[in-house]
Design a protein around this ligand. Structure first.
Ligand SMILES: Cc1cc2nc3c(=O)[nH]c(=O)nc-3n(C[C@H](O)[C@H](O)[C@H](O)COP(=O)(O)OP(=O)(O)OC[C@H]3O[C@@H](n4cnc5c(N)ncnc54)[C@H](O)[C@@H]3O)c2cc1C
Length: 326
């Protein structure tokens, strides 16, 4: 049995691991089989993570986080969690390869997935003009003509933010009315750099090495047009990865895992959640990392309150199974 199992290898999971490992809790981190490293593996230059004045490639940053977590004794397993029982004092975590691990605490840091348009060139041009995060990437679109897809508050917010950099920002919305709140709509409509294209759906994204335009279809009369663009932001929502804990952990109205105030404590004792899976608003690497810190400290505090004999049993198993690199 472990003291701590961490599920997820994004900034939240690895930061939780660094803190837990440095507190001598010898965490086991389940990193996922094909998606290890999390969302930053899908991007190129990260310019807003503190400590890297010249920027750093997303995958390099995640590699450094993994190295740092392992250096202090985190065991990283490249597999997926397929089921969980979080209800008892001892939690069980079952992996795709059939292994079952037990722990006194679980930190759940599975992130959230931006919704996609489902177009064939969307992934190919991700990081090359296609983006899901204006805060992350807006800076790269200075003096360009770009578009934001979506009709909700986040699309309005992204579009308004992007006018700081771009010369022109189209909002492309498939319906004849926006879903966004009136105040957000008014702000976007009043901005001279923003033009809203109603009843239009993106059918194609064009570009070899970077986005050059999109193909649009009119959702009312079916006519097709093209629009030249230097970038495309997709703002149609995000889905927190919570399917493993449905029926066990309480969720918020946003679909994120509910935590107690500023803590990482879920409704179940010994179960903590961190990163984008609890965050409907900020969703940045550094906020996820901060949240991972909170979860590790909360787990540490919870373990300190358990009877010494229970923790000693977990410690003994760890001592028998883990070799900490020197
Ligand atoms: C293209 C792109 C560019 C971005 N650029 C920036 C940027 O420049 N700056 C910035 O601050 N933020 C950026 N972000 C946002 C940032 O990546 C996220 O806010 C951050 O990664 C969230 O960290 P997290 O640890 O909560 O989750 P994630 O990074 O999503 O990691 C979640 C982890 O959980 C794992 N997981 C999920 N389910 C399971 C399972 N069943 N078993 C095992 N593991 C599982 C996943 O595989 C993944 O490793 C970008 C996002 C994207 C998509």
């Amino acid at each position: 049995m472990r003291q701590v199992i961490i599920i997820g290898s994004g900034p939240a999971g690895y930061t939780a691991a660094i803190y837990a490992a440095r507190a001598n809790l010898a965490p086991l981190l389940i990193a996922s089989s094909v998606e290890a490293g999390g969302e930053l593996m899908k991007t190129t230059e990260v310019e807003n993570y503190p400590g890297f004045a010249d920027g750093i490639q997303g995958p390099d940053l995640m590699m450094k986080m993994q190295e740092q977590a392992e250096k202090f004794g985190t065991e990283v397993v490249l597999d997926d969690v397929v089921s969980l029982d979080l209800t008892g004092d001892v939690k069980t975590v079952t992996l795709g390869n059939g292994d079952v691990h037990e722990a006194l605490t679980v930190i759940f840091a599975t992130g959230s997935a931006y919704r996609k348009l489902g177009l064939s060139d969307e992934d190919r041009l991700s990081g090359m003009g296609v983006s899901w995060c204006a805060t992350c990437d807006g800076f790269f679109f200075r003096k360009k003509t770009i578009a934001v897809v979506g009709g909700g508050d986040s699309a309005m917010e992204e579009a308004t933010f992007l006018t700081r950099f771009a010369d022109k920002v189209y909002i492309i919305h498939r319906k004849d009315a926006l879903r966004a709140s009136k105040v957000m709509q008014d702000r976007a409509m009043a901005d001279p750099k923003i033009e809203i294209l109603f009843n239009k759906a993106v059918e194609h994204i064009y570009g070899d090495t970077s986005v050059t335009g999109v193909g649009l279809v009119d959702t009312v009369d079916g006519t097709e047009t093209t629009l030249d663009l230097g970038g495309l932001f997709i703002a149609i929502g995000a889905d927190p990865r919570t399917h493993l804990v449905h029926g066990q952990l309480d969720l918020t109205t946003f679909g994120t895992i509910a935590v107690d105030g500023r803590s990482s404590r879920t409704n179940l004792p010994g179960v903590f959640a961190a990163g984008d899976v609890i965050d409907p608003t900020y969703r940045q690497a550094v906020t996820a990392a901060g949240s991972g810190t909170v979860a590790a400290l909360d787990a540490e505090h919870y373990l300190a309150g358990l009877p010494a004999s229970v923790v000693a049993a977990a410690e003994q198993v760890e001592a028998d199974t883990i070799v900490v690199p020197v």
